[in-house]
Write a protein that binds this ligand. Structure first.
Ligand code: SF4
Length: 141
């Protein structure tokens, strides 16, 4: 792909991201059903027990360039793209993509730290605990 094609692709993607962000902001009712359906919340100390509606608002804040709150940033960070949220959303927002785009935006603005190796390993272990037997966890983790 040449330089011109890359610029066009980048512009197309930027425009798509902006239009998706606007669609999500308009469609989301802040009901929190996505938060309730997320299997990662028990593994997110900063988000567990937080107000679901406020946490969703925090995610939308990060998505639009803000800092969000600690619960929202923590939820964004632990997302493993299970897509359970998408099934739960009554407004077809695609909250899995909402979290993904918020993570991307948060990495750009500095609201979210860049991923480091230690954090990646702890995420791998959390994900493994969801699917490994107790014997496998004892032997491998
Ligand atoms: S993304 Fe969907 S499920 Fe989540 S708060 Fe918004 S409307 Fe509710």
């Amino acid at each position: 792909m040449g330089t011109d094609q890359r610029m066009v692709a980048h512009q197309d993607w930027s425009a798509l991201r902006e239009s998706e962000t606007a669609r999500m902001l308009a469609a989301c009712s802040h009901c929190g059903a996505c938060f309730d359906a997320c299997p990662m919340i028990p593994y997110a100390p900063g988000a567990k027990g937080s107000d679901k509606s406020e946490t969703v608002r925090g995610v939308l804040d990060v998505l639009t360039g803000g800092q969000g709150d600690a619960a929202a940033r923590n939820w964004i960070a632990v997302c493993t793209r299970s897509a359970s949220c998408n099934e739960a959303c009554p407004e077809a927002v695609n909250p899995m993509l909402m979290l993904r785009l918020a993570k991307w935006r948060g990495n750009e603005t500095g609201a979210l730290p860049k991923r480091d190796a230690a954090e990646t390993m702890s995420r791998v272990k959390v994900f493994a605990r969801l699917s490994f037997t107790e014997d496998e966890q004892r032997d491998w983790l």
